[in-house]
Design a protein around this ligand. Structure first.
Ligand SMILES: Cc1cc2nc3c(=O)[nH]c(=O)nc-3n(C[C@H](O)[C@H](O)[C@H](O)COP(=O)(O)OP(=O)(O)OC[C@H]3O[C@@H](n4cnc5c(N)ncnc54)[C@H](O)[C@@H]3O)c2cc1C
Length: 398
């Protein structure tokens, strides 16, 4: 497709991957192709701050009006289906289904907190979105001294949530129940996280298998019960559910397997980015079967998917995705944190930064995330990542 005038590119999803891809495409295609971003509502949810919202009642909505390049047309709708052979995307703006034609498509529908454990507790899925997180914050405010809050999960999100609640509400008794505590961070990193939780006043209980969350608290697999005024689930993510009409092959965790060029198998012009994408392990080293769902991986995937489309439209060869991990940053309330150094395959190197410096690094990275989306709006190709190639390679023929 050498003549790109009039081509239409659609990005589905308005999270970190989607906004980055849309801004990058808009800048590179310089008005020669139409760039649309389909996402419901006027805001990006700054999900990496949702534990702050849940503990403190702050806000994490960032208006698309402040993030998107002028050349990106935001379509306030949900994508509800895909006709790959006809190059058509089905959307619903709240008044029934309509079809949009695309020449190239990026699917970046993201992920959700996994409902991994049955739950009837009112705030179990508080990290689902801003509204649910704010409802938890309001409920926490009403608790009295000594009342117990239980967070269930053994990964980084559960650590951030439990410590944020303890930091914001020191009068409460906060417990973190983990069947397996950060299993992929064994060694000094795990020790540092245990110590940081202790300093934050969070009681960590490891090896505790949870059966269900209820209004009364948490039921354990051994039949016993832990009473709690509020219990919250933070036990991993699963990909955003796709309507059956997408007819795409998904893995057990809901993610779409893509090839090394980030394309859906059998589709020359459909790319997947962000948490929805499961690129082959070759892209990320041998340590994992695919990328870890994270903002840190969603943004490079979004940027690379955009670069691929620019190449596709220019009739140039696509390039395989490469990514190397560097650090993992965990906030422990507002004044402390743990930064874990990892190798390019995401394995801990043994080096750890603790305390205030780690909190500052984490805060800086959170600000940089939104800052990079804004910078990409001003100058396409600004965003680079470990092992990435620079924008000069992507100039289109005049
Ligand atoms: C509390 C918390 C803390 C976190 N901390 C970190 C951290 O410190 N570091 C880190 O790397 N990661 C962190 N993460 C994970 C990170 O937030 C996700 O990995 C990241 O948001 C994935 O980005 P994404 O763009 O793929 O998807 P999302 O941010 O999930 O965005 C998906 C977008 O798709 C839209 N969408 C969904 N369905 C449809 C549809 N049918 N049609 C149209 N649009 C649709 C949504 O509305 C949204 O705009 C954290 C997550 C949470 C919840």
């Amino acid at each position: 497709m050498d003549d790109i005038a009039g081509a239409q590119v659609i990005v589905v999803g308005g999270g970190y991957a989607g906004v980055l891809a849309a801004n990058r495409l808009s800048g590179y295609l310089l008005g020669r192709a139409r760039v649309m971003m389909v996402a419901p509502g006027p805001y990006l949810t700054d999900r990496i701050r949702l534990h702050e919202v849940a503990a403190r009642g702050s806000d994490a909505r960032r208006p698309y009006a402040d993030l998107l390049a002028a050349g990106v047309q935001h379509v306030d709708a949900r994508a509800v289906g895909l006709d790959r052979s006809g190059n058509r995307l089905a959307i619903d703006r709240g008044r029934g289904m309509e079809w949009l034609h695309y020449d190239a498509l990026v699917l970046a529908l993201g992920s959700q907190i996994a409902p991994a454990i049955p739950s009837s507790a009112p705030h179990a899925l508080a990290l689902r979105d801003v509204q649910s997180a704010q409802q938890l914050a309001a409920a926490l405010k009403k608790l009295e001294r000594g009342q117990r809050v239980i967070v269930v999960g053994g990964g980084l999100t559960s650590i951030e949530l439990a410590s944020e609640i303890a930091d914001a509400h020191p009068r409460l008794s906060v417990e973190l129940l983990a069947a397996d505590f950060v299993p992929d961070l064994a060694g000094p990193a795990r020790d540092a996280l245990r110590a940081a939780l202790q300093r934050a006043g969070v009681q960590l209980r490891e090896g505790v298998a949870v059966q269900a969350l209820s209004e009364r608290g948490v039921q354990l697999r051994d039949g016993s019960e832990c009473e709690a005024s509020i219990s919250v689930l933070a036990a991993g993510f699963r990909a955003a559910p796709l309507d059956a009409a997408f007819d795409l092959p998904t893995r057990g965790d809901g993610r779409i397997e893509v090839d090394a060029e980030l394309r859906v198998q059998g589709s020359a012009n459909v790319f997947v980015a962000g948490d929805l994408a499961a690129p082959p392990s070759a892209a990320i080293g041998s340590g994992r079967d695919t990328t870890r769902m994270a903002c840190a991986t969603a943004m490079p995937l979004g940027a690379h998917a955009a670069d691929q489309i620019v190449k596709l439209l220019a009739g140039r060869a696509l390039s395989p995705y490469h990514f190397g991990y560097m650090i993992r940053c965990i906030s422990i309330g507002r004044q402390s944190g743990v930064v874990v150094s990892v190798d390019s395959d995401d394995r801990p190197t043994g080096r750890v930064i603790n305390g205030r410096l780690a909190a500052l690094i984490k805060e800086l990275i959170c600000r940089l995330v939104i800052g990079m989306l804004r910078l990409e709006r001003l100058r396409a190709g600004s965003y680079v990542w470990p092992r990435a190639r620079r924008r000069s390679a992507l100039r289109l023929p005049a």
